[in-house]
Design a protein around this ligand. Structure first.
Ligand SMILES: *Cc1c(COP(=O)(O)O)cnc(C)c1O
Length: 410
């Protein structure tokens, strides 16, 4: 236990954003599924880049241009190691998960024809629904949706049954942002590959919580965001297998992504440059590299065990509390505890917790079809990171009792 306290104290010291009062109360930050706090390593790397190395990348003949280019390519190598990719050129920098999925829809999707199908699930974030609906409107593809049960567990057989001769892609969340459900991605990938279909995983919630190794998963495409993994906003990653990326056409045109341009025709750079048109978010890239390097220097297994204990404690606390309905009770869930308080609108719960310094998120969490599946408009979601503490879980419990007393009733 002492070792755990030491571990958490040490890790909390790396997150200056946690150390503040809100409404006169110490901040208890339980909105990590929306954005985690930034670690010192990332803050300092961004600051250092701005003070010393700021320049555009690639064509600079001068020292700062070379430093910026080096910093960007070093960060690419860090991302490669972090997710276990075989090659550096399999790492494409994007603006985030949403941008990564839109890249796939715009590029791989440009090779789909009317009647082709993309298989998703009922628990997807809007960013893994709407790009496919736009492609459906543009190119006449069909979106097939696999169901989830009352616990928030994916109907795996149902999903596999949807993979047919016209399926061009299976695109699913690795971990659900609303429910915390961890999907059986290994089985999904095996089943899709048996049928010759590639798989895109939305890893926005998995990357902060689960050790991801894209090579051993044998996943074809993997998307995640920096701001959920202790790094800056506006930066993210699309991993793609080298052979697959090389078949994919550009989806945006501009500088950096070309081989040679003429008015008769233009040839394109090899990946990843082909998908990185324009000046990249170098400062975000540098911050992402620093955050992931810092994470790799930590005892991630111990941090994950601590975090999982927090989620289990919070879940047990909510299960025992009268007038609370938990949404998402999948075994082994990660990160998020979603619930509704009977008789109290979620927004009110959120506001009354905020007055006590407790930050949670309320609403549909960009998963409206999933909310509809559970017959609700939204939930209150407490989402955890390894820098949270058991004391904070207890504070959430006291906070919810206080909310109940303030609104009256059961
Ligand atoms: C946050 C999130 C997204 C969108 O990520 P952005 O960083 O907003 O692009 C997509 N999917 C899941 C599961 C998420 O949690």
């Amino acid at each position: 236990m002492n070792a755990e306290l030491d571990l958490v104290a040490q890790v909390r010291s790396q997150f200056p954003g946690l150390d503040q009062d809100v409404h006169g109360k110490p901040l208890i930050y339980l909105d990590n599924a929306a954005s985690s706090q930034m670690c010192v390593a990332a803050i300092e790397a961004v600051d250092h880049f701005a003070r010393h190395d700021r320049s555009n990348v690639h064509r600079g003949a001068h020292e700062l241009g070379q430093r910026a280019t080096q910093a960007m390519e070093d960060a690419r190598a860090v991302v490669q190691r972090f997710i276990g990719a075989a090659h550096e050129d399999e790492i494409v920098f994007t603006r985030g998960t949403t941008d990564s999925i839109n890249l796939v829809a715009g590029s791989l999707g440009a090779m789909f024809s009317a009647g082709d199908e993309v298989v998703i699930t009922e628990m997807e974030h809007h960013s893994n629904i709407v790009p496919w609906q736009l492609l459906a409107a543009r190119a006449g593809i069909k979106v097939r949706v696999a169901a989830v049960d009352d616990r928030g567990v994916l109907d795996l057989d149902g999903l596999i049954g949807l993979i047919g001769p016209r399926t061009r892609l299976v695109s699913v969340a690795h971990v659900s942002n609303s429910l915390g459900t961890v999907n059986p991605v290994g089985e999904i990938i095996d089943a899709a590959h048996d049928r010759g279909v590639p798989v895109l995983l939305d890893g926005a919630q998995a990357i902060p919580h689960v050790l991801v190794d894209v090579a051993s998963l044998d996943v074809d495409l993997y998307a995640f965001s920096g701001h959920k993994v202790f790094a800056p906003n506006g930066i993210g990653v699309l991993y793609g297998k080298r052979e697959l990326l090389r078949t994919m056409p550009p989806y945006q045109g501009g500088g950096e992504m070309i081989d040679e341009v003429s008015f008769e025709g233009t040839t394109f750079a090899e990946p990843p440059a082909r998908f990185e048109a324009g000046t990249p978010n170098v400062s975000g890239i540098v911050g992402l590299g620093a955050a992931l390097s810092w994470l790799m220097s930590q005892d991630r297994a111990a941090l994950a065990a601590h975090e999982h204990a927090l989620v289990e404690a919070a879940d047990a606390m909510l299960a025992a509390m009268p007038g609370i309905r938990r949404i998402g009770t999948a075994p082994g869930k990660q990160g998020a505890c979603s619930f509704v308080m009977e008789g109290v609108p979620g927004a009110d719960v959120g506001t009354l917790l905020d007055m006590q310094g407790i930050a949670v998120r309320t609403g549909h969490h960009c998963t409206q079809p999933l909310m509809r599946r559970f017959g609700i408009d939204g939930t209150v979601r407490a989402s955890f990171s390894f820098y949270n503490t058991m004391d904070e879980v207890e504070a959430l419990e006291r906070g919810l009792h206080k909310v109940r007393r303030m609104v009256g009733g059961a």
